[in-house]
Design a protein around this ligand. Structure first.
Ligand SMILES: C[S@@+](CC[C@H](N)C(=O)[O-])C[C@H]1O[C@@H](n2cnc3c(N)ncnc32)[C@H](O)[C@@H]1O
Length: 239
């Protein structure tokens, strides 16, 4: 049967429910499908925050907390908070971070429980693609960032070399769901993950969107021919 993405109205409930279902297998799945490379990309994200002592960082859609842990490891004097709406993903995050000083909060990325201009950095890994309203999500991130603060987003990107694109699509749409099926039979979430990339903007479009919603100096770094990409954008310093 062909897979149907959830409608915009149903997306948040679907995403939250499905991440709760796969929480215990999520990290293993990521390790397998990226051959462990996601760990390198997440350390790269943490480096882009450029946090200084005492500065606050939010890892949004933190899931099992890889990026938050990478941030606190590289910037032990920063204050790191992880937010996600899936309680089981946060449960795994808290379990794996017993000795680190990260605060985990259950919350919605579109209605964050923080005042304006609160964080020096916001990181988000494979999160923007899962929001039901990307523009609203970016505006909310911009609201809670301090002037001059940085947003660093890791997600899947579009491959520009045609032959590599064909290979990447085959891998992403045919092989990746099979790996998921092997890990958790009958779990459609591993099909949702590649399918959700179809509606997600390519690197240049996301860069333009970031500038449109009021970020400046937006740019991106491609990895594996663009199959993985990291956007870095700064909130304007002037009010
Ligand atoms: C693909 S996982 C990414 C986890 C982690 N950031 C990583 O890089 O491995 C996406 C996460 O985003 C969370 N998420 C999606 N939409 C959200 C929203 N509106 N508010 C809070 N969390 C959300 C999901 O619950 C899930 O844990």
């Amino acid at each position: 049967m062909t897979y149907q993405l959830p409608s915009t109205a149903d997306k948040a409930e679907y995403v939250s429910r499905k991440f709760n279902e796969i929480a215990l297998k999520y990290d293993r799945f990521n390790d397998l499908i990226t051959f462990g490379l996601h760990r390198y990309w997440k350390r790269f994200v943490a480096r882009q925050t450029g946090l200084r002592e005492g500065e606050r960082c939010l890892d949004l859609c933190c899931g099992t907390g890889d990026i938050a842990r990478a941030v606190i490891k590289q910037h032990p004097d920063a204050e790191v908070t992880g937010v996600d709406f899936a309680a089981s993903m946060l449960g795994v995050a808290a379990e794996r971070t017993r000795f680190d000083s990260v605060q985990w909060i259950q919350g919605d990325a579109l209605r964050l429980p923080f005042p304006d201009n609160w964080f020096a950095a916001v990181t988000i890994g494979y999160g923007l693609r899962n929001l039901d309203d990307l523009t609203k999500g970016l505006l909310e991130i911009r609201r809670i960032l301090q002037p001059g603060g940085v947003l660093v987003s890791l997600d899947v990107g579009k491959v520009r070399l045609p032959l590599i694109d064909v290979l990447n699509r085959f891998y992403f749409f045919k092989v990746v769901p099979k790996i998921g099926e092997w890990l958790m039979p009958e779990q459609e979430m591993f099909t949702y993950l590649p399918q959700s990339s179809l509606k997600y903007p390519d690197q240049e479009t996301l860069k333009r969107k970031l500038l449109e919603v009021g970020f400046q100096q937006a740019d991106y770094y491609d990895f594996v021919f663009g199959a993985s990409t990291i956007h870095v954008a700064y909130k304007t310093s002037a009010p």
